[in-house]
Design a protein around this ligand. Structure first.
Ligand code: ADP
Ligand code: MG
Length: 230
């Protein structure tokens, strides 16, 4: 679904150059919840940004569903990000003057697109924010704000959702609820989700863990759970 071949990303040049990703090969599975783990500075955010077409790469290839993302021009990248990718940040980045619903629908409005009603309803009910839609962000808890941000990323029905430490600003209970929700989006709605986390417990709720260190992949593991648990 999303794959990188020999992906290298170097920031800067000359003696100050930093190789954030060094010839990385990775495949992200469709309709699965994938975690990217690794110490601070190991290249997690860089990998996500490159896979999502948010950042240019130094060499290698990135493919999304048969399309070569790494050779797209700016105009096609803008369309890709608008129509095929959802991104969730650690800070929720909601607009304070808009209601929850207006925040959720803003990217669609800017793209002159109408959300599919059935999908919109499924996203709102899976996230459990149906009774909060008219509230402004400051009237919502951190966990609710992050769920609104998740709805905003999902409502255009992107092929992949990338989340960079989405639980980083949440208390334990809200973080657990959000992870449960993201897992549910994959299981019940067939959504593909890739999440950066440095929390082993959070990673254990996913289907697969990709480990990074110093810009290299050091391991890919399937997550096994006892039968009957999620
Ligand atoms: P992580 O998300 O795992 O903490 P990052 O992908 O943010 O790691 O960073 C990987 C490496 O690239 C680090 O050494 C970081 O300092 C460097 N880096 C990240 N962004 C930039 C940038 N814009 N300019 C220069 N170096 C950067
Ligand atoms: Mg990071």
């Amino acid at each position: 679904m999303v794959s990188a071949r020999n992906l290298t990303k170097v920031y800067g040049r000359g003696s100050g150059a930093v190789t954030a990703l060094d010839s990385v090969n990775v495949d992200i599975a469709r309709a699965r919840f994938t975690a990217i783990m690794g110490p601070s500075g190991s290249g997690k955010s860089t990998l996500m940004h490159c896979l999502a077409g948010l950042d240019s790469i130094t060499s290698g290839e990135i493919m999304l569903d048969g399309d070569m993302v790494s050779s797209m021009n700016q105009r096609r990248l803008t369309r890709l990000r608008r129509e095929r990718i959802g991104f969730i940040f650690q800070s929720f980045n909601l607009l304070p003057t808009l209601s929850a619903e207006e925040n959720i629908l803003l990217p669609q409005r800017l793209a002159h697109r109408k959300p599919q009603r059935d999908w919109y309803d499924a996203v709102i009910s899976t996230l459990g924010i149906g009774d909060r839609l008219s509230h402004r962000p400051h009237e919502l808890s951190g966990g609710q704000q992050q769920r609104v941000a998740v709805a905003r990323a999902l409502v255009g029905r992107p092929e992949v959702v990338f989340a960079d430490e989405p639980t980083g600003a949440l208390d334990t209970a809200s973080a657990a609820a959000l992870l449960e929700t993201l897992a549910g989006m994959c299981e019940r709605l067939g959504q593909t989700v890739v999440m950066v986390t440095h929390d082993e417990q959070a990673a254990a709720t996913t289907n697969r863990i990709i480990r990074l260190r110093d810009g290299h992949i050091t391991g890919v593991e399937a997550v096994r759970r006892p039968a009957g648990t999620r």
